[in-house]
Design a protein around this ligand. Structure first.
Ligand code: HEM
Length: 249
């Protein structure tokens, strides 16, 4: 199917992030899903999924203004502090103030070590199986993601990249993960969820965005710290835990 680029709209102009209805576009697999033009140029599974679902609306050349990005991140349930941090990061990826280019993130200053390699340096579905092999019974919880992350950071080492990757995986899990009532609400992905997010840019089936502002930096950092602890337990447990705690504790 030919892709189409969603055009920026004026919808939501002047609306406060809290006025965005996070459920509006996220009932199951939203009707707006389509594999969009240049989707293969997007290295990030979260941005890819927002884009393919029509919840992130770049211009045809890929540029996205910060208001649009803020609204898209808000529709995922991310709180204002987490959004503010991400907006800053995104704004720094090119020279144009108050915007970033969705199709030029590869090789930008936030391209980092330690990623799964499934979408960077190119989309490579063959790497999916390795990632999924860290799951158990078709599910990946935070500790499974941590083990996967440890593997990828061994292949492509770098301390900063490893920390960022941990936080990204943690954020993705808190935003899109399913709650397991038998594990105290711990979140997990199924294999299909991971394939959907990373390869197809689809939200997990039946996903409903968490309420506006529900996902805070502390939660992301807290789970990231647990993942860091799992990941580095044998080697450098204490410094890593202290590092995370000094930021998020
Ligand atoms: C301002 C918004 C964002 C930007 C500009 C951005 C950018 C990126 C980039 C460039 C990568 C590729 C890194 C690499 O492979 O070296 C990436 C990966 C990733 N991002 Fe994002 N991202 C954003 C928001 C998010 C959010 C909100 C989440 C989670 C909810 C997220 C989750 C991830 C994950 C899990 C990866 C790792 C992918 C992998 O290892 O295969 N990102 N992101």
């Amino acid at each position: 199917m030919a892709g189409q680029v969603a055009q920026a709209t004026t919808e939501g102009d002047g609306a406060k992030p809290t006025a965005v209805d996070p459920f509006e576009k996220s009932e199951g697999i939203p009707k707006g899903y389509a594999k969009r033009a240049n989707a293969d140029k997007v290295p990030c599974p979260a941005l890819l999924s927002l884009y393919n679902n029509g919840d992130l609306k770049p211009e045809q050349d890929g540029s996205v203004d910060m208001k649009e990005l803020d609204q898209a991140l808000s529709s995922m349930g991310l709180g204002s502090t987490a959004r503010g941090a991400l907006l800053n990061v995104a704004d720094g990826t090119d020279e144009v103030p108050e915007s970033f280019n969705l199709f030029n993130l590869r090789d930008s200053n936030i391209d980092h070590a330690g990623s799964t390699g499934i979408r960077d340096p190119k989309v490579d579905p063959d790497k999916l199986d390795k990632f999924l092999s860290f799951g158990e019974n078709g599910r990946l919880y935070a500790d499974n993601l941590a083990k996967a992350g440890a593997h990828f950071s061994e292949i492509d080492p770098g301390f900063k990249g490893t920390v960022i990757e941990t936080l990204e995986l943690s954020a993705l899990l808190q935003v899109f993960g399913r709650e397991d009532p038998e594990r105290d609400g711990d979140r997990y992905f199924t294999n299909d969820d991971i394939k959907g997010l990373w390869i197809d840019g689809k939200y997990p089936e039946d996903w409903k965005a968490r309420p506006a502002d529900d996902v805070g930096l502390l939660e992301i950092g807290g789970v990231g710290a647990e993942m860091g602890a799992t990941r580095f337990w044998d080697a450098i447990t204490t410094p890593i835990k202290n590092f995370f705690n000094s930021i998020f504790g």
